[in-house]
Design a protein around this ligand. Structure first.
Ligand SMILES: [Fe+2]
Length: 388
């Protein structure tokens, strides 16, 4: 008869054991001895700005990360600078048709990003899962809408690539030393999931995609390669199964970080399901898992300078222990998304704050990655330096 009374504390303790270890960072993490501020000012011969998941705003005004980016790029020569938007350019469901009630809101999200380029700078946009509205049958149309809008509104200074909703991989040779390789990982996932596709690009099987990528890496003619894509190969945020205890208690913050309705126990279903592969947007899912396994194998073989992605709503620099290559995650272009992030094997830098990254290449062959985290007014602060 007394057993039910005993059961309650046992269940409570089990629940706390499940929930309490999940603690995310509340400040920037830098691995000891890993930040090297340059002692002498050098002029970059080429600069890449990396920002992702910027397709949503906290208010009607542009986000601080975009205000700060806009000021930052004025310091660099437009002819030797490229801004890369790493996907999820328009939350939550991509760019609908012109007569759709959500069109103007969605347009404003992408306009803020293009306006950040000022009068002369150029940008490359890569798609994320939200740009496709995940697995929606409308995905191709949403992507076409976004591609056309970006080209027209930016007067062709910005482009969504690969074109026509293709998966890639494709590349852009910046000079005789650098090759940017980009692909649409969400389109790839859709192909593997057999989502019907109406674009002019045929669905591609896994092996063909990886063979094409290897050929581009192999035939770079000595150029160093950088991979640009939306889904990271390794991450220590929610897409990598790292959930904060708050997500167990307040699960609705997954949709908006200000939805603070407490739902303990029931709320834990959300992180448990996601840690067990319920969605292909998480590394625990077979589709994502197969993608990362093969990408890490290829990275180990060809040793790119780094792979850069968004998707996870945080800023991370990780030396992947499997491939021994650098994974950059710059997925916090807006304050609105929840920046849950932890550290793990190989973490060099991690931040839950919104911001972006700058990668500069110098004439002497050296290069430097800088992480920039602005304040709420968009005033920039450089918080981490990493030579590559
Ligand atoms: Fe994403």
């Amino acid at each position: 008869m007394k057993r039910p009374l005993l059961l309650l504390p046992v269940l409570l303790i089990s629940y706390l054991i499940l929930v309490l270890p999940g603690c995310s960072l509340g400040s920037n993490y830098i691995k000891k001895g890993e930040s090297f501020k340059p002692t002498a000012e050098k002029n970059a011969i080429y600069t890449l700005y990396l920002i992702g998941d910027a397709g949503k705003t906290l208010s009607d005004d542009p986000e601080p990360a975009l205000i700060s980016l806009s000021s930052e790029i004025l310091k660099s020569n437009p002819d030797s600078t490229l801004v890369v938007f790493l996907g999820d350019n328009i939350y939550d469901h991509g760019l609908p048709d012109e007569n759709h009630p959500d069109r103007s809101k969605a347009e404003n999200y992408i306009k803020d990003q293009i306006n950040a380029l000022g009068a002369n700078h150029r940008a490359l946009f890569i798609a994320g899962n939200h740009d496709w509205d995940n697995n929606s049958p409308m995905g191709n149309k949403l992507m076409k809408n976004q591609e056309l809008f970006i080209r027209k509104y930016s007067s062709a200074r910005a482009q969504l690539l690969p074109e026509n909703g293709c998966q890639g991989p494709d590349f852009l040779d910046i000079n005789e030393n650098l090759r940017l390789i980009y692909f649409d990982s969400q389109r790839l996932f859709r192909d593997w999931l057999d989502i019907p596709d109406s674009s002019e690009c045929k669905p591609i099987d896994l092996n063909s995609f990886f063979n094409n990528l290897e050929l581009i890496l192999k035939n770079s003619n000595g150029r160093k390669c950088i991979l640009l894509h939306h889904h990271p190969f390794i991450t220590y945020g929610e897409h990598g199964g790292k959930f904060d205890w708050k997500k167990h208690i307040f699960p609705l913050t997954a949709f908006n970080k200000y939805f603070l309705l407490p739902l303990p126990v029931v709320g834990s279903l959300y992180p448990i399901l996601r840690s067990n592969g319920i969605t292909p947007q998480d590394m625990s899912n077979d589709v994502y898992g197969n993608y990362t396994a093969k990408m890490r194998e290829i990275s180990k073989k060809y040793n790119p300078v780094f792979s850069a992605s968004g998707h996870e709503h945080s800023l991370q620099v990780i030396r992947d222990p499997v491939s021994n290559t650098i994974q950059i995650i710059s997925g916090k272009g807006t304050r609105l998304t929840d920046g849950t992030v932890s550290t793990g094997e190989g973490t060099i830098f991690a931040s839950p704050f919104s911001g972006f990254m700058k990668y500069e290449i110098y004439a002497d062959g050296t290069s430097l990655l800088t992480v920039i985290v602005p304040d709420d007014e968009g005033k920039a602060a450089e918080v981490f330096y990493f030579p590559l």
